[in-house]
Design a protein around this ligand. Sequence first.
Ligand SMILES: [Zn+2]
Length: 263
Amino acid sequence: MIDRTTLVVLAALALATTAARAQPAPCLDNADALGTARMLAVDAATLPRVGRKHFPQTLPLAPKEVVLTFDDGPEPAATPRVLDALKHECVQASFFLLGRSALAHPELVRRERAEGHSIAHHTFSHPLLDRMRVAAAQAEIDRGFAAVDTALYGSPQHAPKTPFFRFPGFASSPALLDFLERRGIVVFGADLWASDWNPMTPEQELKLVLGRLEASRGGIVLFHDTKRQTAAMLPAFLRALRNGGYRVVHVVPAASSTATISR
Ligand SMILES: [Zn+2]
């Protein structure tokens, strides 16, 4: 028979285990690393859409907290350098993958996952979904989910493992936003971006994004890990976060995430 004291101890142990799971992994290789400050579980039930560039709401971040996001990969010419920079500073990011690129380079997707990053979704082939028929747009989104999870797990999952999605070109529509919300999928916009779709030197991009970060006092930052200029800039950017007192927050799916397939 379990007495009251044993129950209290067991409850404390369970709490400690939960807390340990929610903590970023310690950084063993670089004592001076930026490091991931905390993890933030995000659930569509409470936060269906985030990012002030397009939605009224964003993540519950404190001033100077930053969420790093990378779109359009993986891309062998740039993604490995991005991963190297993140690894050196012991920070985790979220990658919004194209299904076709995930199938072409599954080893890079597996590396992203092995290094603790969140593997999120960005359609199969990057069409502007608001210009398509709704059914075709939904099929494109599902094809992207299936491709990424096939690259990671060998077969499509019942629902995307990480229920985070970003619209290509931010081209959403009310019908598609409803579709994703019904399925428990969080739609990510951004609070600021590096404008790295425009050609510029890594130094120019660094200055631009740091200026925007200072103006917004943190937030969800959008980069593209397909861009060599971004990969080249990233080590200096992460150092600047460290020196400027910013804290990196890693967004992860809530354990109770309710993403479902409903066709
Ligand atoms: Zn994109």
